[in-house]
Design a protein around this ligand. Structure first.
Ligand SMILES: NC(=O)C1=CN([C@@H]2O[C@H](COP(=O)(O)OP(=O)(O)OC[C@H]3O[C@@H](n4cnc5c(N)ncnc54)[C@H](OP(=O)(O)O)[C@@H]3O)[C@@H](O)[C@H]2O)C=CC1
Ligand SMILES: O=C(CO)[C@H](O)[C@H](O)COP(=O)(O)O
Length: 468
């Protein structure tokens, strides 16, 4: 029997769709899943000439593959990845390639790279973004790790990846060791920030201005046809238009307001703290998901605590226009924070990240794909060393010209008692970044006062302590 050219372990949402995608591109794929019935069911539903071979043990999987073997894990991140690697290894040979396509923590990928390379295996830790549909029709793929392994995967991944409007594939080699998973983590951090700002805008429009769910759908559809064109805005209008067949009500209105999280957004913030990179809006988005989970406390608190009684009384159309501009500015600021973090991490971890290439491969296939990414790519083309998007003339102007609307929208959210934490964090980031003298001089004085931590002076070199 013809040997398979690729294997996927883990037939969840992503694994099944990636297997189909790769097979549809002419590469026979062997598949394996811990729960055997899942494999049987998956394979049974496929035409005989689909090019997908079900296997039911790791020995069978290894035997079904041409050498060097190329095996991709699409399993739950964490201990499951180590468990699968440990179970697979006895059936592999030096030179075989293991690929972890899950949302693994980048430091786990760093560790696995060292461990596997010591034993002669090649390892790739890759971000894969696009969800179920992207995995099937073309995700954005962010591989990091062994350069030799990348050479052996390049054609296949290029065929399977999304293509941007100019035909360019949304995959490229990101960098050594954990670089691919690092970049995917920051991708998700930006995803959290944009989702939270869209949610806040929804709250302002719905609770604040009284737009119905159908009106919201029309508005977001209109926005998606302009500068806000992006996957997240597109799915938002599609979510708003979905009616629950049982009740006839908009489905979104029936969904419990508790956002869950698997960890990548939190890891982005945690790592940004470790590296000393400001990611205000990502942090705000993580915190906002956390407070959303405190539903029972919020229910008690609502009955006890009054907010402002003020209702929106201004020009509704003007406010909607301002909200659109505020969201666009906020999204630019979220990308600025994400790319700013990548810049710091690239130096810290010697990843040598190419920001233009990262923007390029995020233009299609992934969850944060947006027309804006084409402009971001061009900004890094103009200046490959750009440390912050706000230092690019076009992006600076885009935010500066909308800052009035961002401020106006936040003020209105505050007046109405509607939380706009992510939007206001984006503005705080912008205001802090553009301010030469922040009040941190006082913090230094306080630290020196209580802890003799010393401070530096503007007017002379050195380190000083005062007996306050
Ligand atoms: N869903 C999405 O939109 C995206 C997900 N990802 C990442 O891709 C990976 C897979 O996600 P997804 O397909 O959604 O996950 P699912 O929850 O749909 O599937 C999880 C898979 O992991 C397997 N698994 C879990 N624990 C173990 C274990 N200890 N040993 C062996 N196999 C195990 C499951 O096998 P079994 O059937 O036996 O339980 C199943 O095949 C995750 O890391 C996820 O974070 C990345 C991008 C997008
Ligand atoms: O990687 C993804 C999208 O890019 C996954 O859908 C991930 O699960 C999203 O993160 P979370 O579950 O924390 O919202």
């Amino acid at each position: 029997m013809e040997k398979a050219k690729f294997a996927i372990v883990g037939l969840g949402v992503m694994g099944q769709n990636l297997a189909l995608n790769i097979a549809n591109n002419g590469y026979p794929v062997a598949v394996f899943n811990r729960t055997e019935s899942v494999t049987r069911q998956f394979v049974a539903g496929l035409p005989a000439d689909q090019g997908i071979i079900g296997t039911y043990s790791y020995v069978e999987l290894a035997d079904s593959l041409e050498k060097p073997r190329r095996i991709m894990l699409m399993v739950k991140a964490g201990p499951a990845v180590d468990a699968v690697i440990a179970a697979l290894k006895p059936h592999l040979e030096p030179g075989d390639i293991l690929i972890d396509g899950g949302n693994s923590y980048f430091e786990d990928t760093e560790r696995r790279t060292v461990e596997l390379e010591k034993e002669g295996f090649l390892f790739i830790g890759t971000g894969v973004s696009g969800g179920e549909e992207g995995a099937l029709h073309g995700p954005s793929i962010m591989p990091g790790g062994s350069v030799d392994a990348w050479a052996a995967l390049k054609d296949m991944f290029t065929a399977a990846a999304a293509k941007a409007y100019d035909g360019e594939p949304c995959v490229d080699y990101i960098g050594p060791r954990g670089a691919g998973h690092y970049v995917k983590t920051v991708h998700n951090g930006i995803e959290y920030a944009i989702m939270q700002m869209i949610a806040e805008v929804y709250d302002l429009l719905n609770r604040g201005l009284g737009l119905s769910t159908m009106e919201l759908s029309e508005l977001f559809k209109e926005w998606d046809a302009g500068e806000l064109a992006s996957y997240l805005v597109e799915i938002t209008y599609k979510i708003f238009e979905k009616v629950d067949p049982e009740t006839g009500k908009p489905l979104v209105d029936l969904i419990v307001d508790e956002a869950q999280q698997k960890g990548t957004g939190k890891w982005t913030s945690q790592n940004a703290f470790d590296l000393g990179a400001p990611t205000h809006t990502i942090n705000a988005a993580v915190t906002s998901r956390i407070i959303s989970g405190m539903k029972s406390q919020r229910t008690v608190a609502q009955a006890l605590i009054d907010g402002p009684s003020e209702k929106f009384s201004g020009d509704r159309e003007a406010m909607i226009a301002a909200i659109k501009n505020a969201l666009y500015a906020g999204i630019i600021l979220a990308y600025a924070q994400g790319f700013g973090l990548l810049h710091v991490a690239s130096e810290e971890y010697d990843y040598d990240l190419d920001m233009q290439m990262i923007a390029k491969i995020w233009r299609a296939g992934c969850i944060i794909r947006a027309d804006l990414l084409d402009d971001i790519m061009k900004a890094f083309d103009r200046d490959p060393g750009l440390v912050n998007l706000l230092l690019d003339d076009d992006f600076r102007e885009a935010v500066v010209s909308r800052q009035g609307d961002l401020r106006h929208v936040i003020i209105n959210g505050i007046k109405l008692g509607i939380p706009v934490y992510a939007l206001s964090s984006a503005l705080a980031y912008f205001d802090a970044y553009r301010t030469e003298r922040l009040p941190a001089n006082l913090i230094q004085a306080q630290r020196d006062y209580f802890g003799a931590h010393t401070y530096r002076r503007l007017d002379k070199e050195g380190s000083f302590h005062t007996d306050w």
